[in-house]
Design a protein around this ligand. Structure first.
Ligand SMILES: [Mg+2]
Length: 363
């Protein structure tokens, strides 16, 4: 059983603007669109939401709902920087972090670095640190499966924490309206309601085959979630499976030196990318497509992960020598790095965190 934490900042862009400009605090703020033009609200403060202002709403309409609405242009550079600060906090507890948006992430805290005995304590700590260090609030949910963690983080928003221990999962889910399940938008909800299904519990009690017949594969997925199942793992978004580049030439290339020069340039560019993102790779793969579209790959694994073109270039040359390049015209060539340092290594600590036996905590 996993312990999954979903953290979602409250009215993120608007809250950052209110934090940084005290004159905006306590007032209805919209980040985004110019109300004179065809702008759209990217985010609304809770004061603005009271008037019905929502993100994705036309700015002109938002202004009609709330004539005192203050529009702020917003800065994605700033929001990205704050997001990185959040992720630095998360990384103190786990390296299994899946960013969903700048202000939203799943964390698998089944084993955590801080040695906290309960998953809910990790959530409490992270929320406290976001408040103390970033002067912002986040809502969080803890659950044994992803979709429930997300529903939980929304449950007491803003500035709330909801913890769903595994034994309470179904009791928590079943009274909720079916639209709380991911993928159930207004049109699906109408269809499902037409079947007499109103709550998640109604879905769970239906026959799986019947739901499949009426709703297709989505019916089966909804039924599994309603019964507490969600096989999706938290996928570390920083772990990259491969990084490469390739090019189709304007005219086929037979000159081996020209190919080598091209591949050396690609390799240097990729290595610069690795250095920027502080990644090191062990495996380099050469891809060659001949003029007749036959495609081959040749790979080599280095003794140590590297981000240095000097380490990789001799391998690229060796790999190229194993192909028919130089005698057979080449249409496309490319280099890919994979097998990054840190991939496939187990977590540092193997603590099995029990859920704290609480139903939910409001702050
Ligand atoms: Mg948010």
């Amino acid at each position: 059983m996993r312990k999954i934490l979903h953290v979602d900042m409250d009215a993120f862009y608007a809250s950052v603007e209110q934090r940084d400009d005290p004159t905006l605090r306590g007032r209805p703020v919209a980040v985004g669109g110019d109300p004179e033009g065809r702008g759209v609200v990217a985010a609304a403060s809770y004061e603005a939401r009271r008037y019905g202002v929502r993100s994705a709403m036309a700015a002109a309409h938002a202004l009609k709902l709330c004539p005192d609405l203050i529009f702020v242009r917003g800065s994605f550079t700033k929001y990205r920087a704050v997001s990185q600060q959040m992720h630095a906090i998360f990384a103190d507890y786990t390296d299994q972090i899946e960013a969903v948006a700048l202000d939203e992430a799943y964390l698998d805290v089944s084993e955590n670095r801080a040695g906290l005995p309960f998953a809910s304590q990790v959530a409490v700590e992270i929320r406290r640190r976001i408040r103390d260090e970033l002067d912002l609030t986040a809502s969080a949910g803890v659950a044994p499966v992803k979709f429930a963690a997300k529903i939980a983080s929304d449950h007491r928003k803003p500035d709330g924490l909801t913890v769903i221990p595994p034994e309470r999962l179904l009791a928590f889910l079943h009274p909720l309206p079916v639209r709380k399940l991911p993928g159930v938008g207004p049109s699906t909800e109408t269809r499902i309601r037409g079947l007499g299904i109103h709550t998640i519990g109604d879905v769970a009690r239906r026959d799986l085959r019947e739901l499949e017949r009426r709703l297709g594969s989505r019916g089966a997925w909804l039924w599994r979630m309603a019964n507490g199942e969600d096989p999706r793992r938290v996928v570390g978004s920083r772990v990259r499976k491969s990084r490469g580049s390739e090019r189709t030439f304007d005219t086929d290339v037979t000159d081996a030196q020209r190919l080598l020069d091209f591949l050396a340039e690609q390799t240097r560019g990729l290595c610069e990318g690795l250095q920027r993102s502080e990644e090191k790779a062990r495996t380099v793969t050469l891809k060659i497509r001949y003029a007749d579209f036959t495609t081959i790959t040749r790979a080599s694994t280095l003794p140590q992960p590297t981000d240095s073109a000097e380490d990789v270039l001799p391998e690229v040359q060796r790999l190229l020598a194993k192909t028919d390049a130089g005698t057979t015209p080449v249409r496309l060539a490319g280099i890919t790095f994979s097998n990054f340092a840190g991939e496939g290594e187990g977590p540092v600590e193997q603590l099995d965190l029990p859920f704290r036996p609480v139903w939910s905590i409001a702050s």
